[in-house]
Ligand binder design. Structure first.
Ligand code: PMP
Length: 414
């Protein structure tokens, strides 16, 4: 992704970032709509986060031991996300989902895993089947190097399709350990769950004795104080995933991720239980300091700003594309958003990976490059979400809006 494989051209090498801006090695500044792929919710180099990290670094970089800060971060998460009764810190989202799956298998004594087409959960072997993110960008069905026997343990179902999920459970129900789902899909572009989908999914899995792992690595603490779960608890009736995974915002730009959930399940992790998990850098004190400072600063006002900025930019892009006659649809999941190009998407709600794949994806590269030339850095693939920060002020938003007409013209003539 960072090599611009999808959009072509010369990738940027970034040397610094502040607020809503990033600066490349040639000294050019861009308004940033990538935000480090999500963590920089407050804006880059927020002084509160930098100070917390600097203070922690002065006390030592890594202890290989439990720390009070680790507990404090866990308490912040548990106070926000009710289904999390216990939390285990790891360093990357990949580790979080990988360990959650091992835990689900250990808890249920079953082997099969269900995932959804176009969802991305990191790069562990069993999760690269029809995955989003880089694999969507390069249209890869999976990855070389994954043994067939391991791939065969993952069943892939179309997203937002409860009938297909029910059919898989009818056939394999007593062998399925867990369903893993992005709480709202945002690695094939943004494709939110249909109303009631997550709740029905939990009910169906539980009827068959399977667990649900809700992957909030991307949505967690970004779309609301309690992530996507928090939004749905308000709008769509509460549901309780058995396990949840977090990354990105929870580390405020440093390597922190986590898995958490029902205590009865979490206690099967070593050392209390037989499911092994460990990490030299887990709960790293400097990384955790960034996460604590970020979560503490991410108050209601921050989330309101993210929502407002996302809807202003989303609408402005849509207007610019419409003015040039480019058929498209804006997809929103909270403050995450992206665009699907072409008449099919413009005509009907986009619910799944197959529809996303049929879009006029070639219109994105010229759009992307026109924006980059005008000093706006977008995700370098049509299959990624756009990210705003609370530091995107009027000046930064104005620069995005000014760049849009030329970019929309480039998309129209592609
Ligand atoms: N799950 C989701 C939903 C993600 O978006 C990502 C990363 N984009 C991951 C897992 C993997 O996280 P990491 O890149 O930190 O391994």
């Amino acid at each position: 992704m960072r090599a611009f494989r999808s959009v072509g051209g010369t990738p940027r090498f970034l040397v610094s970032a502040r607020g809503p801006y990033v600066t490349d090695a040639e000294g050019r500044e861009y308004v940033d709509l990538v935000a480090g792929w999500g963590p920089a919710i407050l804006g880059h180099a927020d002084p509160r986060v930098i100070e917390a990290v600097t203070d922690a670094a002065g006390r030592g970089l890594s202890f290989g031991s439990s720390t009070p800060a680790e507990t404090e971060l866990a308490e912040l998460v548990e106070a926000r996300v009710a289904p999390v009764e216990q939390l285990r810190l790891v360093s990357t989202g990949t580790e979080a989902t990988m360990s959650a799956i091992r835990l689900a298998r250990g808890f249920t004594g079953r082997d099969l895993l269900v995932k959804f087409a176009g969802h991305y959960h990191g790069h562990s072997d069993g999760l690269l089947a029809e995955a989003g993110s880089g694999l969507a960008t390069f249209a890869l069905p999976g990855s070389a190097g994954v043994p067939a026997d391991i791939a065969a343990l993952t069943l892939v179902v179309p997203y937002n399709d409860l009938d297909a999920l029910a059919a898989v459970f009818a056939e394999h129900g007593d062998r399925i350990a867990a369903v893993i789902v992005e709480a709202a899909a945002a690695n094939m572009g943004v494709v939110p769950p249909l109303p009631g989908f997550n709740r029905a999914l939990v009910e169906l899995a539980h009827q068959h004795g399977a667990l649900v792992i809700s992957d909030e690595v991307l949505t967690g603490f970004r779309v609301s104080a309690a992530g996507w779960w928090g939004l749905e608890a308000v709008t769509d009736g509460a549901y309780t995933p058995d396990l949840m995974t977090f990354g990105k915002v929870i580390g405020g730009g440093m390597p922190v991720a986590a898995l958490g959930g029902r205590a009865e399940i979490m206690q099967r992790l070593a050392p209390l239980g037989p499911v092994y998990q460990a990490g030299t850098l887990s709960g790293n004190p400097v990384a955790v300091a960034a996460g604590i400072a970020t979560l503490r600063a991410a108050d209601d006002e921050v989330y309101a700003r993210l929502d407002a900025t996302a809807s202003i930019i989303g609408a402005a892009v849509s207007d610019a594309l419409a003015a040039e006659g480019v058929a498209h649809r804006v997809q929103h999941a909270g403050s995450l958003f992206s665009f699907v190009f072409g008449a099919e998407a413009a005509g009907a709600e986009v619910r799944d990976y197959a529809t996303v794949q049929r879009q006029e994806a070639w219109r994105y590269a010229p759009f992307f490059h026109a924006m980059l030339d005008a000093g706006v850095s977008l995700p370098p693939s049509v299959f990624e979400a756009w990210f705003v920060t609370a530091a995107h002020d009027e000046a930064a938003i104005g620069r995005v809006i000014d760049a849009l007409p030329a970019a929309a013209r480039a998309a129209a003539s592609a």
